[in-house]
Each structure stands twice: as structure tokens, then as C-alpha cells.
Design a protein around this ligand. Sequence first.
Ligand code: GLC
Length: 645
Amino acid sequence: MNQNSLHQLLGKTKFNNLDKTTLNHLFELRLAANSTLIKDLYFSLYPEENYIQDFEKLLTLLPKLFKNRPGDLKKQDIERLQQGDWYQSEKIVGMQLYVDHFNKDINGLSGKLDYFENLGVNFLHLMPITTRPKVENDGGYAVNSYTEVDKKYGSKTDLQNLTQKLRDKKMFLMLDFVVNHTSDEFSWAKKAQKGDIAYQNYYYTYPNRDIPDAFERSMPEVFPTSSPGNFTYNHEMQKWVMTVFNSYQWDLNYRNPEVFYEMLTNLIKLADLGVDVIRFDALAFLWKKIGTNSQNLPEAHALISLFRMCLQVLAPGVILLAEAIVSPYEIIKYFGEKQLKGNECEVAYNATLMALLWDAIATTKTQLLYRSLQHLPKKPKSATWINYIRCHDDIGLGFDDQEIYNLGLDAQQHRLFLLNYYTQKLNWSQARGEMFMYNPKTGDGRITGSAASLLGLEAALDKNKPGDIYSAIKKIKMMHSIILAYGGIPLIYAGDEIGTLNDYSYKNDASKKQDSRWVNRPQQNWDVIADLGKKESAESQIFYAIKNLISIRKNNSVFADHNNIKLHKNGNPHLLIFERFSEKKRILVVCNFDAYPQNIAHYWLENIGFSICENSKELITNTSLGLKNNTLEIEALGTYWFVNE
Ligand code: GLC
């Protein structure tokens, strides 16, 4: 049993009145229930012999932070505990967006909530909206503050009004907590630059290259093209500072417990604004150690769990999303393992599925996808995925090399093929993507581009080829049907619901042109949206297809995530088949990644206990799909949700 389930048990009594005394009592209970774990985690990072007094500081900080949490949010926390694992519901469908690119600012976004309601979206991930350096700021991931809203987006009051409005509409909000680094303009960094040693110790700062060089020997580069190396020399401070991402993003030094207290306070302040899910940005990098790659270290896991256990005491209705775009076996660990099982993040990006789907599109085959997914350990029952095909970042090809070799392929050649396929190096490929951070030293590269452009819509429209347009739309529908059916929260990237193409304008902006991720950060096209349904455009077809998928998902509780998913291997290399099941219902998802129709034999379906007959229903088309000559024909690039009740 994880700590959250324990709190669910402790809070099970239906209180007639969640008054202040009851809420305080429940807080005390949670603190008591978590305190041993909090203590153990704390002393595993900050040894008891040196830090006993600092621990007392934490114990006095927690009640102070709880006192400041708004009363209505405290009540909501208890209601959520009583509801159980609310984030696993089939009713949640998300969208990720840049506030300024969507509809100017926070108030502009507030005015468009009916757009989400119409589509069926009720969970929003807003990209960073806090203050940041004026020119280069990594799309807001270089933060000048954790809670002050940048004027460009509006005010804190606008944000609070938005969160209230979302709560009234039972919509959820996810915001980022850039937990690994601040900008070089953050108040702590400024004090450090002025020579304040206490604040220099908030970061990894060194007077000479000795320690930086020792780190560099085993640390990979995240942005090798635009920001090579992991340290930057600051002339004002006359010291080297660790900057794993961009030179203006300073890594926080969690070996210093002061940093932990300050960041915990910032985290709670963010939760107190009415945020439901907090995206822990770049959390794999939280602990650095010479001689390691300084990613996914056990201390990073302990630190995340420590944040989690404190957040759970203070705001048990708020959950954490792990943004760990790392290898498949490492991602799963962010749900917590061994004694931390279920005690780290409740949600993680399913980056493995995402990358494998792009592999299946390029190769038209699902073998690597099956092999990789089948060998992954099961996630804890209390956890769930964010399933997505595109986001604001690149697509990394983080598959397990061994799985590629097991298919009889050369891992390096296979990756090169994928890079070439997506970055316009093969003239037969319809994909229009761009290369991101190609590292000639290692041959590694990543891919950027919008879903529609990567799936061939841009090329097809340019060439005005109706057959190709049709195929691209089918691929877009298929990819969305998978993230909407797979267990977890589907997160649609704003613009993908109307097939938005690449935006090349970033190439004319000096602060962005080094970073090809901007090709997939387009403006929401409200002119296109105004015309939806008026003509048979590609955009209309995509929008209504996705809207239909969302509504079917929400009406079938079998899509709620209880680890109730089973992959079925059919031997046909082009098909992806998986089942979602409950006691009463089973839905079989069948996707064909090939440009030619494929067949499934009747007896194979019978073998997996699925009897498709003339009256069997296919949910997406809402028609009966029969068999021809004892075989089920699966259209080229077709997607089906068969139901067996
Ligand atoms: C995360 C963000 C990415 C950013 C990085 C550094 O990976 O998704 O956009 O560049 O963190 O903050």
C-alpha cells in the first residue's frame, strides 16, 4: 500500500462538515503517517549527524505552509482523497498549449473555454507563464520566478480567476515547476553574481575547472549544438557554474538543504494557486555526482519522493507528473520502486510509446513497438501515463538498443534511417520534419516538426495530391486513436486537432533560430476553427474525427486506467492490436500502419476470445463490421475500436 492509499483510508469517514478543525486534524494525521518516510528520505540525502537541526526546520515549515493553503483547496484535497485515484478516469482528456500562441494571454484563454468543451478537452497544460529573461528563455523554462506571472500573459489575479473558472467547470490545470534550474536572472542567481557565497552555494559554482572537468568526463550534453558542455563561466562572479541545459539556465544544488526548503515553499505556492497537476520539469537531472552521467541517480529519486511526501501532507489533492524523457526502464522508476513504490510521481510521460509510434509510422511495422512494450515492467496500479504523440519538444529515439538488435537490425543504422525519414533526407518520404541537436561526435540526433507535417499532410497539400492527403489524415486519426485508447491521460498538442503544419517563422527570429523545436510551436489558427464544419477541409475532417474519438472514450469506462490493457501479437508485422477490458466489456483496438489493407483471420480473433460477427460493433464508425470469407479486412492505415460486451 502506498502513502496515498493510506491517506485515502484515513480520510474515508464522510465528514458532515469539513471545517477548519477537521481539516487541521486531517493534516496532523497525514503528517504523522508520512513523517517516518519523510525523515528517512531526508537523512538519506542530508546525513543525520550533520543535519539534525535542519530537519527540525522542515518540521516547522510544513504547518506554516499548510496554514497558507486556501480553505476551498483544502476541502477539495479531502474530496479528491475520498474519490480515489481521480486522475485515472476515462473522462479526462488533455490539451497542451502556449497561452500566448493560443489566444494572446490568460484572459484570452479564459474566453475560449467553450472551444475545449466543444472538443471534449477538460485538462489543460499551460506552458510556462511566469517571468523570464526578455530575449532567450527556452520558451519560459528559464524562470525568473516560480509564481509571478509574466506581464505578457496577464496578472496573478487573472491566473487565479482562470483556476477558479476551471474548477467551476470541473476542468483540471497542469503547470510546470522548473525544479532543476533557474534562469541566470533569478534573484538567487543575481545575488550569487554579486559575490554572495550563501547564494553561490544554491548552485554548483567553482573557482576553477578542476571539478567541472571531473564532471564533464562522464556527463553527456543535452543541447550539444546550441549549448555545448555542462558549465558556463560567469565573469561577474568569476566562477564556473553548472548549466546542463542552456548557458542561462543554472542548475540548482540540492546538496544544500536550504535549496530544498526554498523550492518546497515555491512548489506549495504554485499548488496554492489552484493547480491540480504539477509537471516536474527535467527531474531526471536533480542530483549530480562526479563519475556518473548525473541523470536518474538514486538520490534524485529520494529527493522527488521527499517533495512528493511533503506535498501529500500539505495538498493531497495535487499530483506530480514526471517529465523524464529517458530510457524506458528508467522512466518507470519515477513512479517509485521498492519501498518508494507509488510514492514518487503519480503520472509520467509515456515517452516510450510516443517514440515507438513514430518508429512504426516510418517503418510501417510494429515489431519494435511490441518487443519494447512487452518487456517493460508494469507500472504501479496507482500510477498513470500521459499518452501523447507530439509536444513542444523534440522526438528522441530513446529505444533500447538491445531490442533493435533482437530484431536483426543494427541500432545505429536504424536510428539513422529514422532521422533521414523524418528530416527530409529520403525523397520518397512524405514526412517534413527538422533535425534537432545533431551531434556529429556521437551520430545522435532528434526530430522536430508538427504531427501533421511529420505524418505527411504538409507535403501532400503542397503537391495537391488527394490520395496522399487522405493517407495523411488517416495517419493523424490513427495516432490520436491510440493515445485516446491507451491507458492514461491523453494529451493532445494544441493545433494537432486541426492538423496544424510546421511554422517556419522561427528561422527569422535571432533568439529562436538555433532551436528547431520552435517549428512546432505554432499560433492557434482561429480562422480555420471558425470554418470548421462549413467545408470538407482536411482540418475539419481531423477535428471531427478527434472529437468523435474523445466522446467515445468518455462514454466507455473501460478506458479508465487500472492497468487493464493487454497487447495482442498477431504475427502480422503491420498491425498494432491491444485490448482494454473490464468485467463487463472488452474493446479491441486494431491499427494498421501499412499503406495496404491487411487481414485478420477469424480463428485468431476467436483464439483471443473475440467473436466478430455480422452484428459486432465498431465504435469509431458506429457500424456493424462483418467478416468476409472468415477474415476481417483492416483498411490501409485504418483504426478500429471493436467492442465485445
Ligand atoms: C524540459 C522541457 C524543455 C526544456 C527543458 C529544460 O525538458 O520540456 O522544453 O528545454 O526541460 O528546462
